[in-house]
Design a protein. Structure first.
Length: 354
């Protein structure tokens, strides 16, 4: 059966996830209408992913841009409702936990359009994270919950959600497996920044709890800047001005660069000695590339990475970062917790067979 699908994207990680799902939909001959809410709009936060990963030009761009949670969510909600009324798709596909996700969930559910939520069931159990609210609401409203792991199934069961759950792996594995070899063949990011394999630390910070507080952010930069290795920091636009200001007072050398495209990022993550991050996706990618990771948070959704010893939470112990980078305890094991790289294909098959 040929499906008509509206896929909602808006932020950097959603472009990456959509790349592989959109490809699987095309291969199976379904009709996809791609709607970009426009939450991320800088070329290096948006267009670069379309160009490098071959994502089709969205049929609609809602131009939501930056703003408060209510401003972003409501603008996306109004725009999406109009499109869904006109297009009447069989399914709406939503990814992850951003404001584009919750807007899509509210718009579709009130129009009685079925929702397929990809990367469902993840929980940090910290409702001070905006993403936690977005995930909980989206999971409740979704017909299909495509989860990466049994842990995600258990999380949903604890909330009384027991139907429409499918363990399919993680589409970010698909993306990583498909595009890392292309990055290794094409990217000159290491040479461009005079970096050599396993001699540098890769840093990303963008969570409001770290990035929106001067004292906290300075503390992190001081600690990270004390590691032996060169530190490379692709700065999220959220904190560009703050980082420039804080680094004037931080007596350490950190190489700040603009956000990079996915191909460069795969090469940086794989070649890094250690990754230090508060990103959800990057913690998981560190595990997949088998690069040790320190996560600057008190909790994580990707608990397997911590359990296996590849990821250490340092939200409360930022000052230990230099010692942990020098002497990262040897990880105990590695398993393909997040699938074999065929999640997008499996999702499309399940939707087609409904
Ligand atoms: C959003 C998501 C977060 C996700 C992250 C991925 C929500 C609630 N948050 O957070 O879950 O982890 O994307 O990166 O949806 N900005 C620009 N140019 C851009 C985009 C953003 O300058 O292209 C700046 C603006 O000053 C903006 C700020 O970054 O106010 C924050 O952007 P926003 O999309 O609100 O949140 P993120 O931190 O990116
Ligand atoms: N990423 C990228 N370039 C960068 C930083 C991140 O391509 O400069 C990719 C990263 O590899 C991962 C995704 O963006 O696939 C993660 O996005 P982000 O950290 O913004 O969001 P989160 O995963 O925390 O929601």
């Amino acid at each position: 059966m040929t499906l008509k699908i509206v896929t909602v994207i808006g932020a950097r990680p959603q472009f990456i996830k959509a790349a592989v799902v959109s490809q699987a939909l095309r291969v199976a001959g379904h009709q996809e209408i791609l709607v970009n809410t426009g939450q991320h709009y800088d070329d290096n936060m948006a267009q670069v992913f379309f160009d490098e990963m071959g994502i089709p030009k969205p049929h609609f761009n809602l131009g939501v841009g930056s703003g408060t949670h209510a401003a972003q969510t409501s603008a996306a909600l109004v725009g999406l409702e109009e499109i869904l009324i006109r297009e009447k798709p069989d399914w709406v596909i939503l990814f992850g936990d951003t404001n584009a996700t919750i807007a899509g969930a509210l718009a579709a559910s009130k129009l009685h359009i079925k929702i397929a939520h990809i990367e469902a069931g993840l929980r940090s159990f910290n409702r001070r994270m905006p993403e936690e609210i977005n995930r909980i609401v989206t999971d409740v409203l979704s017909e299909k919950k495509f989860v990466p792991t049994q842990v995600a199934v258990d999380n949903l069961h604890q909330e009384g959600i027991t139907s429409g759950i499918h363990i399919v792996g993680d589409v970010m594995v698909d993306a990583l497996m498909q595009y890392t070899p292309i990055g290794e063949a094409q990217s000159d990011v290491l040479a461009r920044h005079q970096l050599t394999e396993k001699s540098f630390v890769l840093l990303t910070i963008h969570r409001p709890s770290n990035a929106d507080d001067d004292i906290r952010f300075k503390h992190i930069l001081e600690a990270v800047g004390s590691v032996e290795q060169t530190v490379v920091f692709p700065v999220h636009p959220r904190s560009k001005a703050r980082v420039q200001r804080l680094l004037k007072d931080v007596n350490r050398s950190i190489l700040t660069i603009d956000p990079v495209g996915y191909l460069d990022m795969m090469v940086l993550e794989k070649a890094a000695h250690t990754i230090i991050t508060d990103s959800g996706g990057i913690q998981k990618e560190a595990y997949l590339h088998r690069t040790p990771c320190l996560t600057v948070r008190n909790e994580t959704e990707w608990v397997e990475t911590v359990r296996d010893g590849w990821n250490i939470l340092v939200g409360e112990t930022v000052e230990k970062i230099p010692e942990l980078v020098s002497n990262f305890p040897t990880p105990t094991r590695w398993e393909a917790h997040y699938g074999q790289g065929d999640a997008a294909h499996t999702i499309v098959e399940i939707l087609a067979n409904q």
